[in-house]
Design a protein around this ligand. Sequence first.
Ligand code: ATP
Length: 422
Amino acid sequence: MILIRNLYIGIDDTDSPDGMCTTYLASQIINKFKENGINLTDYPRLIRLNPFARHKTRGNGGVALKILDDDNAGLAKEIVLEEVRKLSMFDCDNTNPGVIFYDGEITGEMRDYAFRAIYEFITIDEAEEFGRSVGCEIHKFKKGRGIIGSIAAISLPLDDFTYELLAYRAPENFGTERQIDYESVYEMDKKTFPDTFENVDYSENYIAIEPKTPCPVLYGIRSNTPDALKDAKNIVKVKEPIDDWCIFKTNQHTDMHIQNASQISGMKQFGCYRVKGKVKNRPKIIDGGHMFFCIGDESGEIECGAYEPTKNFRKIVSNLMPGDIIEVYGGIGEQNTFNIEKFQVIELNDVEYRNPVCECGKRMTSAGKNKGFKCKRCGRKLESNEKVPIKIQRDLKNTEFYETPVSARRHLSKPLCRMDID
Ligand code: ATP
């Protein structure tokens, strides 16, 4: 029996807000591999990690490649390290690349480490100690923070996954305005959704496939299948050269960051959860356009926020009423507020308590604290202080999910079009 051994390569933290993208670096490495007869044995991976990691440039993504561990392995390592040295944004204080090579099987403890990198914070020392303990070859540049994400990127199991096609610009165009024909993006979305998704935010007229930073990416299209991506690429028209493109397998849009919380008090700051609770007060908008309300259960209460960038989602949230039972998905941020990514209505409170209606037809008003009600039209009085239940019409629906718009969506958030709902 011939034993096939793989070489896993993890790369992270090579870019800065001023440029570059670790996926671009990976695509350059893949090209150099091809020139040297080295082929990947699986799609390159783009793995999104803890959305609250402090030193992320944008979406906290690490990249992993898998090749055969054969006579070319030494050359492959040289190519990787040379490209990282050549293309990383070393001038930026926050860019601390890390590369790891690993030639064993991915073990249970490596998989656990990867989930920790999504749910928790890991230090560079911890990552280094762990990497060495499982036999990773570790290369740190500057502080080498990238090894945290590199080890996770090779180790994370992908039971649910999506794909992203990234088209790259010619270097002479980096930093200039992107030349994408927006009409063709709408056409692509109409023809390929829901096999592709997150292309356009119709409510904001926002083209989501176009990055807003000076990175080498011209556009990124996300999908459930590589075939749909190729169809989509054929539809999208651009008025500048596409230097290169590459399809990555990714944990984007899988909700992998979301942990089940059985009660509100069990959640921690900087964690992402789904949790059920009863709405305690009417959502209120504050200065800056952020909307807040509280949910509670027998263990405690938490403030939930739909922030200004979620735009029209706030209108939906404003329909929530005290007594509604909902399940919220999202993360607990800096201010200890639960930042909602989506929610499901479990049970709407469709009863409101109002003052009784007088025999003359007019709704009565309070006659004072504990003094019953009085009618302003005919003067009739009621001694009882009891309000009467009235069934009300609601704009929300039981069992329905409601999500933030594409323009405000997190990389890891699973959109409703990917959820198994009737
Ligand atoms: P891009 O998405 O454009 O590649 P980015 O947002 O991924 O940029 P990085 O340059 O990768 O930003 O920086 C994120 C840094 O955070 C990396 O050094 C990575 O190793 C580290 N990191 C990832 N997960 C964790 C974690 N759970 N705890 C602490 N650090 C982490």
